[in-house]
Design a protein. Structure first.
Length: 407
């Protein structure tokens, strides 16, 4: 059917009017959208700006003043928030890292970073953020704060029974002292692990003296033997970040502690000094030492594991002399787990299954230690003669995971 010219013209006008209204609506929408400014990530802008401050501001005093303003208004409120450390982002830590790289700028960031490290909640930081940001920050921090180790060691008091055995609130007071000592030991372990190799060689005599004092603690002293597991964490950090020759005086102490902790697993040797938690940390220390195999420790390795072919092919009348195999005979297990990933040796007592068991309060002796003791000599023998290199990254990661407990 043909449409008349008049109707066609009227239809075209209606379309034009309708199109005009739609166009007006679109233009209005465009104007509204253009009126809204997209949010700016000020932290990201500052991260890219801070490295150029010296070029922009030229004068050192103005650079320092700008850095202090950034730290006061961005870094400080973040670190002092009640939600610290869960409110800390990688961007904020990147910004702080850029501030630490500016010369003669310590007063802009030193207090904020120091307060963050000393905050008891610091060890609730996400492990991913610790490895990517906090460790580089701690390393940068130590460039100008070498005396920080001396300060932390000064916070550790020797065990005492004075005013602890009797009186109201003795248990709560002892627990409070234990908590403070454990936090300081964790800070020491973290700084050692974050630093370059042999950074704290000059502090080793004082550190050794403090550790020997703490290892004399009993269940009723303040601080008590509950701090033992954290001492073993310090030993692991030292083994990973100190050349073996510099800790030669520590090897007799480490060997004695390992023998004492493992021997406490025999029914007739049980004591209140070693808890399941501290025994597990001692086993992790042994695990780490067997993986990295320092020369000085290899001289005493036979005390703990069988280093002959009998580790793999055990005769019927075999009578083990190595401590681990003796404990394994007391706690038999048929479980079998590998310690090697790809082409490297790595700690056995590491990973999510270990962390979950510790967190949920599982039976550590039967579920972790039994299979560990039963297979350790075999694993060490095969790894040694297989010429597998140690996975140092896995060893360091295992220590960090024990230091930081994500909530």
């Amino acid at each position: 059917m043909l449409e008349s010219p008049a109707l066609a013209a009227a239809g075209d006008k209606d379309k034009e009017r309708g199109g005009g209204k739609e166009g007006d609506g679109d233009n209005k929408g465009d104007r509204n959208s253009k009126g809204k400014t997209p949010p700016v990530d000020i932290v990201a802008v500052l991260v890219s700006t801070v490295p150029e401050l010296r070029k922009v501001l030229v004068e050192p005093d103005r650079v320092v003043a700008a850095s202090i303003a950034i730290s006061t208004n961005v870094i400080g409120p973040t670190f002092r928030s009640k939600s610290f450390p869960h409110n800390v982002t990688g961007g904020v830590l990147d910004l702080l890292y850029q501030l630490t790289r500016l010369p003669n700028n310590q007063k802009a960031w030193k207090k904020e970073l120091s307060d963050a490290f000393l905050d008891p909640k610091f060890f609730s930081s996400p492990i991913s953020l610790v490895k990517s940001n906090w460790v580089p920050l701690a390393r940068q921090f130590l460039i100008s704060e070498r005396e920080r180790m001396t300060e932390l060691l000064g916070r550790i008091t020797p065990p005492t029974t004075a005013g602890v055995l009797f009186g109201v609130g003795a248990t709560s007071a002892r627990q409070e002292t234990d908590k403070k000592t454990q936090l300081n030991l964790r800070r020491i372990a973290f700084l050692i692990l974050a630093a370059e190799t042999d950074t704290f060689v000059v502090s080793l005599p004082e550190l050794e003296e403090k550790l020997v004092e703490l290892l004399s603690a009993t269940a009723v002293t303040s601080p008590s033997s509950a701090t033992r597991g954290d001492i073993y964490l310090v030993f692991r950090a030292l083994a990973l970040r100190t050349s073996p020759v510099h800790i030669s005086s520590l090897w007799p102490l480490i060997n004695t502690e390992l023998q004492s902790a493992l021997s406490s697993l025999f029914p007739e040797e049980e004591s209140d000094i070693h808890t399941d938690s501290s025994i597990l940390q001692a086993c992790k220390l042994l695990d780490t030492l067997l993986v990295i195999a320092p020369d000085e420790f290899q001289l005493h390795e036979w005390l703990f594991v069988t280093d002959t072919i009998e580790a793999v092919y055990r005769p019927n009348d075999w009578n083990p002399t190595a401590l681990v195999d003796q404990v394994a005979s007391e706690l038999p297990s048929s479980s079998s787990h590998g310690t090697m990933v790809e082409n490297r040796r790595r700690p056995w007592l590491a990973g999510d299954h270990v962390k979950e068991l510790e967190k949920n309060g599982g039976d550590i002796r039967s579920e972790l230690l039994r299979p560990f003791f039963s297979n350790l000599s075999i694993f060490v023998y095969e790894a040694t003669y297989g010429m597998k290199p140690p996975d140092m990254g896995a060893c360091e990661d295992a220590v960090l995971r024990d230091l930081f407990s994500e909530d």
